[in-house]
Design a protein around this ligand. Structure first.
Ligand code: FES
Length: 143
């Protein structure tokens, strides 16, 4: 893989799809060779289980209605939205497909997805509600 990446023409993009044990070394190898994050794209088949033992309950606010939705410690944001009757499309429910991408108007989600780039996660203007928690009190969703 290292040799193949070294031979790639300047400006070429890398697209990787597969299990984490394939994608992570591919991305690490590319980064070590100076590939910029903007040229790296991936889609994991599935995500490794997240450590949820320290998860607590929090609340969300819906920007269009000011409705407050509680999220229990034992459920995802996606599950809380569904229980509240809000239908956000989803597919993998593991943070790997991007189907549930939702805007964030205020507050800070704790990202646990494998879809957004580190820069996109740091912007805090979108998140994937199938797998995050909250880093700030009551994030406001663009719904
Ligand atoms: S449903 Fe796939 S990332 Fe959320």
């Amino acid at each position: 893989m290292a040799a193949a990446l070294r031979q790639a023409p300047a400006g070429r993009h890398l697209y990787a799809c597969g299990p984490q044990r394939f994608i992570d070394p591919a991305l690490e190898t590319a980064r070590a060779q100076g590939w910029s994050q903007q040229r790296l794209h991936c889609e994991y088949f599935s995500a490794a289980p997240a450590d949820t033992t320290a998860d607590g309950a929090f609340e969300l606010e819906i920007a269009s209605t000011a409705r407050v939705i509680p999220v229990r410690a034992d459920q995802s944001t996606q599950q809380a939205l569904q229980e509240a009757g809000l239908d956000v499309p989803s597919s993998c429910e593991q943070g790997v497909c991007g189907t549930c991408l939702t805007g964030v108007k205020a507050g800070m989600p704790l990202h646990r997805d494998h879809t957004l780039t580190p820069e996109e996660q740091q912007a805090n203007d979108q998140f994937l509600p199938c797998c995050p928690r909250a880093r700030s009190a009551r994030p406001v969703l663009d719904l």
